[in-house]
Ligand binder design. Structure first.
Ligand code: 173
Length: 321
């Protein structure tokens, strides 16, 4: 009997390394593609605090920081190759590795619904396959993007304007006659200050974080698409975690997605703050606004479907736009 137990223990040790790992605390190294303490890192930082509180003795996160630690467009690849274990990053910054990530901004339903209707599952598989990553959470439902401008326009037409973009805004800027210039967020201030660009794409919130209010005159209405910033975990790391370790991370991820309920209030406060800072909303009324949003959706879906002819149409069906 004792011998049998010993044999079982040895077998478990060999076959089930996870059960041994679970006895130990693991520390994951994490980075953010956005500057520390700014709008699109803040909730991730709250998530880290929660994991470090709830996960004592089980799982901890060592936050290395934002773009000072790693250039934002390299973060996706750093998760893939396990240079870091975890990251807070938008799909727009790793569309070189997952071309379908152009579609994420078009998937605007609440995460609770995306988890129920299979969208999360599909995107997780996509991240597993192409980025060697587990798609732990998505944040910022209900936060639209805008085009901010320093030159007044009298219709929604970007002819003659140079506009800072990422893959999020490239197609619509081009479709409306503008010249897109791709830069990381860290270069936006200087580009505006020097007049290298006449405007930029950015969400409704966060422009005060890096001082852009000082070099911004107009916010074009309406907002469009849906911000997505994802928490990714290297897939080999994810597979090596024990059930208790995963549970802490998953529970905290769902809590993080729940913070989306704060977004509408944050957006309203940002619009007010922008108005007080002298940033004027350029609103051309409901008809032009609708034409703009429809066009923005259409050109973005065109690109997605061109890059992903099989999966693109499926995503469009679940997106419903
Ligand atoms: O404008 C950007 O840098 C960008 O694409 C983005 C995406 C998500 C949140 C904030 C910015």
């Amino acid at each position: 009997m004792r011998r049998w137990r010993l044999a079982a223990a040895v077998l478990a040790a060999v076959v089930l390394p996870g059960s041994i790992v679970s006895a130990n605390e693991i520390t994951l190294r994490a980075v953010s593609a956005f500057a520390e303490g700014t709008q699109f890192s803040k909730n991730f930082e709250r998530f880290i605090d929660k994991v470090n509180r709830d996960g004592k003795g089980v799982v901890q996160i060592n936050y290395i920081g934002g773009p000072r630690a790693m250039p934002p467009f390299e973060v996706g690849n750093a998760v893939r190759t396990r240079v870091v274990d975890m990251a807070n990053v938008t799909g727009a910054f790793y569309s070189n590795l997952i071309p379908e990530s152009d579609a994420f901004k078009l998937l605007g339903k609440p995460m609770s619904e995306q988890r129920r209707n299979g969208t999360w599952d599909y995107l997780n598989q996509l991240h597993n396959r192409k980025l060697n990553a587990w798609y732990l959470a998505r944040q910022f439902h209900n936060v639209p993007f805008h085009i901010y401008l320093n030159k007044k326009i009298d219709a929604i037409d970007f002819t003659g304007l140079k506009i800072r973009v990422t893959p999020v805004y490239r197609d619509i800027v081009q479709a409306l006659g503008g010249t897109p210039i791709n830069t990381a967020p860290g270069e936006v201030y200087t580009a505006l200050e020097r007049g290298v660009v006449d405007g930029y794409g950015w969400p409704v919130s966060g422009i005060f974080d890096l001082g852009w209010d000082k070099v911004t005159k107009y916010r074009l209405e309406p907002g469009f698409y849906s911000v997505e910033v994802n928490v990714l975990v290297n897939l080999d790391v994810w597979k090596s975690l024990s059930e208790p370790q995963r549970k802490i991370l998953v529970d905290s991820a769902l809590w993080l997605e729940g913070l989306d309920s704060e977004n509408v209030a944050v957006n309203n406060a940002e619009r007010e703050r922008q108005a007080k800072a002298g940033i004027q909303a350029l609103d051309f009324g409901p008809a032009e606004s609708k034409t703009f949003v429809d066009r923005a959706n259409a050109v973005a879906w065109d690109t997605v479907i061109k890059r992903a002819p099989e999966l693109g149409p499926k995503l469009r069906e679940v997106a419903g736009n």
